[in-house]
Design a protein around this ligand. Structure first.
Ligand SMILES: NC(=O)c1ccc[n+]([C@@H]2O[C@H](COP(=O)([O-])OP(=O)(O)OC[C@H]3O[C@@H](n4cnc5c(N)ncnc54)[C@H](O)[C@@H]3O)[C@@H](O)[C@H]2O)c1
Length: 365
């Protein structure tokens, strides 16, 4: 098997999870890391035994084919454009950009250069979500007609050491957590036709709860409670809520209702989890998982899939086109709220192919 050289730009909180998970995928050959904070790159480099380089230096390396962009949302587009300009494929953390207009620039440059764009989340490639997909495709719940998707928490400032970005342009619960839910819904139900939403900003300030900045006040620039409806091209209608204003709740993450049954889909921020199915009037029954990739933290499986796709000459699953469609839907909630109307989406995307059932951990084809 040809291994693909990978570099990382952005050595903050989530980079550790990525670098740990990369060890599980033999197709990934991690070559170097970089960050605008040289000390952050040096620390990760030491921890994982890879060189810490300047950003320009990393982009010049001939042995790096994919660069993983783990910077903060506001930097995603500039960093991804620089990666593509350097002639390398890019896999970005989510969102692809903080606006559809900016994210389109990444897709357009990649198309001009014949390069690939991938984007988080890749949790939908986990066994819990692939199992749900297989059940839906096999008709286990008949035709999907409706569903719910719910994320609510009190805010990431309780645990993240530098949470300001969650409340600035490009942050908020829809752009931060919506990608997990909406990407999974697209892989389960297909593309979205239109969106209706209401977006609220109940507090103008939040307080950092942990770390060196504990007690510091941070400004809120974006809506922190977003509720609405996704109308799919298939006709399915999904009610969604994403919120940083929920002290605690008891909703399940994703439920899909079909003409012949209901499906409980596990937390789309995780790879595994329980899939349950019920027929009309029946009890919930836990379904055996048809797919692996369920254990722990597998962030970078999307990068592994892109690397495997490069060697196999096939499409990768956690694609920029999927992320752009999800981003357009997420942006449309605010637009719908501001304008008091249903927003029709301009982009569309095909559902990414299901992973073959029964593959061992680390293998994508
Ligand atoms: N924290 C999480 O649990 C989590 C989970 C999933 C996804 N994410 C996503 O991962 C991304 C990073 O999150 P994080 O929590 O690691 O943030 P972080 O602030 O801890 O780390 C971001 C890193 O990027 C660097 N950076 C910022 N702009 C840069 C630029 N222009 N060039 C080079 N380096 C730059 C910063 O110096 C920092 O080291 C975000 O998009 C976030 O939404 C985070």
């Amino acid at each position: 098997m040809r291994r693909i050289g990978v570099g990382i730009i952005g050595c903050g909180y989530i980079s550790q999870a990525y670098m740990n998970a990369m060890k599980l995928f033999p197709v990934i050959d991690l070559k170097a890391v970089a960050d605008m904070r040289a000390d952050a790159a040096a620390e990760r480099g030491r921890e994982f035994g890879v060189p810490a380089l300047g950003i320009g230096e990393l982009l010049k390396r001939d042995d790096i084919e994919i660069v993983v962009n783990l910077t903060v949302p506001l930097a995603h587009v500039d960093v991804s454009l620089a990666v593509l300009e350097a002639g390398k494929h890019v896999h970005s953390e989510k969102p692809l950009g903080v606006t559809v207009a900016e994210a389109r620039k990444v897709m357009e440059l990649a198309a001009r250069r014949g390069l690939r764009v991938g984007c988080a989340p890749d949790t939908f490639l986990g066994g819990g979500h692939q199992t749900a997909r297989k059940l839906i495709d096999e008709g286990a719940i008949g035709t999907p007609v409706a569903g719910t998707a719910v994320f609510g928490c009190p805010g990431h400032e309780r645990w993240h050491p530098a949470p300001a970005f969650y409340y600035l342009r490009g942050g908020g619960p829809m752009l931060d957590m919506g990608p997990y839910y909406i990407t999974d819904l697209i892989q389960l139900l297909g593309p979205i036709a239109s969106v209706m939403g209401t977006a609220a900003m109940p507090r103008r300030q939040r307080t950092v709860g942990k770390g060196p900045l504990e007690g510091t006040s941070i400004p809120v620039e974006v809506a922190t409670h977003v509720a609405g409806v996704l109308e799919f091209v298939s006709g399915a209608v999904v009610s969604i809520m994403t919120s940083f204003d929920v002290p605690k709740h008891k909703h399940t993450p994703i439920e899909i209702y079909g003409t012949a049954g209901s499906l409980l889909v596990p937390d789309p921020n995780r790879f595994g989890g329980e899939v349950q199915l019920a027929r009309p009037g029946g009890e919930w029954e836990t379904q055996p998982l048809s797919h692996g990739n369920t254990e722990g933290q597998l962030r970078s499986i999307g990068v592994a899939d892109m690397a495997a796709a490069i060697t196999a000459g096939r499409a990768h699953r956690a694609s920029g086109a999927l992320a752009l469609h999800a981003l357009e839907a997420m942006e449309a909630f605010q637009q719908s709220s501001d304008e008091g109307r249903r927003v029709k989406l301009e982009t569309t995307v095909e559902r990414p192919a299901m992973i073959p059932a029964g593959l061992p951990l680390g293998q994508m084809d």
